[in-house]
Design a protein around this ligand. Sequence first.
Ligand code: DP6
Length: 348
Amino acid sequence: MNIQTAADTVRHLLQAQNEAGHQPLAQNAIVYAPANIALCKYWGKRNLPLNLPQTSSLSISLAGHGTHARISIAEGAHALSINEVEIPADDPAAKRMFAFLDLFRACTGTYFTLKTISTVPVGAGLASSASAFASVVQALDTLFGWGLDFPAQSILARLGSGSASRSIDHGFLEWDRGQRDDGLDSYASYLPVEWPDFRIALVPISDQAKPIGSRDAMNRTVAESQLYQAWPNQVTRDLDLIRDAIEAKDILALGQAAECNAMAMHATMLASRPAILYWLPESVAALHRVWQLRADGIQVFATMDAGPNVKLIFEAKQQNAVEDAFDSIDVIDPFGYIEPDIGPLDDG
Ligand code: DP6
């Protein structure tokens, strides 16, 4: 089968299930998927319809910060509620999610009612789209009993949002860019390393709407920034450094490489025409504070995504010093997460 669109990809991955027919196993399915932060960033696509990245990327999941999703069959139209608020069909978030659900409706012939509860703190500047798309794929898989393996789940989540490909599991995940034109080798895999002392913290800077979303920003960077030519080499180097550092549980090597990678990503977008700058004065102040802490001997490192908020990387032994230096940060222990027996959507 010649795969050129997202719809082709879904049809291909659900081929066997399509032949068997789609029967929901229950009234609804409820799942949870964690958000993630890239330590080596995904920035730029090589194929827009299939949402294939220019480079590989690597992330850490955010434990209890993510999306609970409940999905059921609907009559006549999709319906979406986020945090118990009905989202109108003409809202951009609903349009994007309904377009994604339509990829599956083409196979199952059914509309869906989707309810999501995000446990990502409001104003923390974390995209909840990664965990949202991953949770929808896993909820559909559970509802219909498709039995999709992790690569297939990751590919399907990728069609909703690239970073969602890395939200199908907890821990460190690497999204391999893949080599194939059809994208069937472009999915994330779990790195088998448990690092109980690893911490990531969210420094809230601003919850104002961003001047430009990550998708448009990365497309403009690829099209307009001369510095983007250097990005694939940067990622190749940083990925090796970060993978090795995770393996060795070496926070200095990991932090240095992850911070450099984030700064380099922002440099590529700054050289776009017109320039893309997500940073606010408070973001710069937070970076200076990180660098001052390091000068004082505290091993803490920064990363930033498509927004003004700063995330901190460190180990448990530095947690008190980091909390003393930053007001109201949210410290996450990625390996300390225990699935709640009953999620917020389990009660009907
Ligand atoms: C800066 O995954 O939101 O967070 O695939 O277009 O939906 P689309 O982009 P998205 O981009 C994430 C960009 C980033 C880096 C990262 O998460 O790797």
